[in-house]
Design a protein around this ligand. Structure first.
Ligand SMILES: Cc1cc2nc3c(=O)[nH]c(=O)nc-3n(C[C@H](O)[C@H](O)[C@H](O)COP(=O)(O)OP(=O)(O)OC[C@H]3O[C@@H](n4cnc5c(N)ncnc54)[C@H](O)[C@@H]3O)c2cc1C
Length: 375
């Protein structure tokens, strides 16, 4: 019991925290309601973009810069190059917008970047309509993470260090007394006990913590997979990086699954009470919205014929910042939640920080911004 930790949630946050807890000498059991890994959680997708700047928010840019070497180390340890540094592109529609702040942040952090004017954009990315775009900002050290592969790699590394993984263990009740968690009940009635508990349940926070008033919402987000109707080779990852046009609320990814690429909403999405099935079909109106976006910015893609619209779920807070903190009224409980649509990038860093605090140490990044008391 002493030095034991139960981690609830086998997404990228739970897996990373479990890995780091094991490096700190803890006996870790990781539970998930589904298979481990699974495609239901936010981490269970093919691809995640790794951007290195977030507008004015230099704190997040700094965290991304600190996460990058940790990801590369996971690649090295697992002998799986699941991180491809093919760059990340912000496309600016206006002169003094979000992208200008990103440029400032990248320069401040000495992260390699390049501004591509219209001529350069045309030369390197002839699919982009440069009448609609002013310039591109390429985060050169950014790129994309093959998410499922990355998650599997972290889980394997954790298991190699002795982390026990239990699939299909759905926690339905948190048993508390005397200001501490005494055990977790799963849906079969079994009780799981440890010295400490770390929860990383993604969009299912409210299901576990009913009545706890944890200010996290489940969000539904739409994405469309499409097969480029012409010039398919141009959209391979080595030629075409993941990109975002923040002002339009869209982002996109190169070809990555059976000749399909992905276009996705990058605005908040719709709040739902309970997450549905990841992968369920998006409504036909979304296809129209994607076509209109592509017609303006990537016109040769707008006439796609082969496509599939899907939804995915993630958890988010109202202010957009994460929650990484001890649970109120449960001194031995810790919560990691609200990672929105950017969390994957930071998983190794945040998992390490959470593990450090949980064992009573000091985290090597400042977690003040992620405390629950801010609400
Ligand atoms: C469409 C979309 C696009 C995104 N794009 C990017 C991107 O480009 N770049 C980026 O960095 N990030 C991106 N993100 C965000 C990133 O994917 C998430 O922030 C991250 O994966 C969250 O990981 P997690 O471990 O917190 O949650 P999850 O991956 O959702 O994992 C939670 C796990 O907890 C388990 N669980 C829940 N309840 C219970 C219970 N009661 N008992 C047992 N187990 C339970 C679930 O089964 C699940 O496996 C995107 C997210 C989405 C949805």
């Amino acid at each position: 019991m002493k030095n034991s930790v139960i981690v609830v949630g086998g997404g990228v946050m739970g897996a990373s925290a479990a890995y780091w807890l094991s490096t700190l000498g803890r006996q870790v059991t990781l539970l998930d309601q589904n298979e481990v890994p699974n495609r239901h959680g936010a981490s269970g997708d093919q691809l995640r973009a790794l951007r290195l700047a977030y507008g004015k928010d230099v704190f997040y840019a700094d965290m991304a810069a600190k996460s990058l070497p940790l990801w590369l180390d996971f690649c090295r340890q697992s002998a799986d190059p699941f991180l491809l540094q093919n760059g990340f592109m912000d496309l600016a529609v206006q002169e003094h917008g979000y992208e200008e702040h990103c440029l400032k942040a990248l320069r401040e952090l000495k992260s390699p970047c390049v501004v591509l004017g219209k001529d350069e954009l045309r030369r390197h990315y002839p699919m982009i309509n440069t009448r609609a775009v002013r310039y591109g900002l390429l985060h050169k050290a950014g790129g994309m993470i093959w998410a499922m592969r990355a998650l599997s790699a972290v889980l394997n590394l954790a298991q190699r260090r002795g982390v026990k993984v239990k699939a299909r263990a759905k926690i339905v009740a948190v048993q508390r007394s005397g200001g501490e968690i005494k055990g977790l009940k799963d849906s079969t009635g079994k009780t799981w006990s440890a010295e400490h508990y770390l929860f990383a349940p993604g969009a299912w926070v409210q299901e576990i913590f009913r009545g706890w008033r944890i200010p996290v919402e489940a969000i539904r987000r739409r994405q469309l997979y499409l097969c480029p109707p012409i010039n398919r080779g141009r959209y391979r990852p080595e030629h075409f990086p993941p990109f975002s046009i923040a002002s339009q609320g869209f982002c996109g990814y190169p070809l990555h699954i059976h000749g399909f690429m992905k276009i996705a909403e990058s605005r908040r999405g719709t709040v739902v009470k309970v997450p549905g099935n990841a992968g369920e079909e998006a409504e036909p109106a979304f296809e129209k919205k994607c076509r209109a976006f592509l017609k303006k910015f990537l016109p040769e893609l707008a006439d796609f014929n082969e496509f599939e619209g899907h939804v995915a779920y993630y958890s988010a807070t109202k202010d957009g910042d994460f929650i990484i903190d001890r649970l109120p009224g449960a001194a031995n409980g810790f919560l990691m939640a609200g990672f929105g649509d950017q969390g994957f990038t930071f998983a190794p860093l945040l998992g390490r920080a959470a593990a450090q605090v949980l064992v009573g140490g000091k985290s090597d990044i400042n977690l003040h911004r992620f405390r629950l008391a801010r609400f």
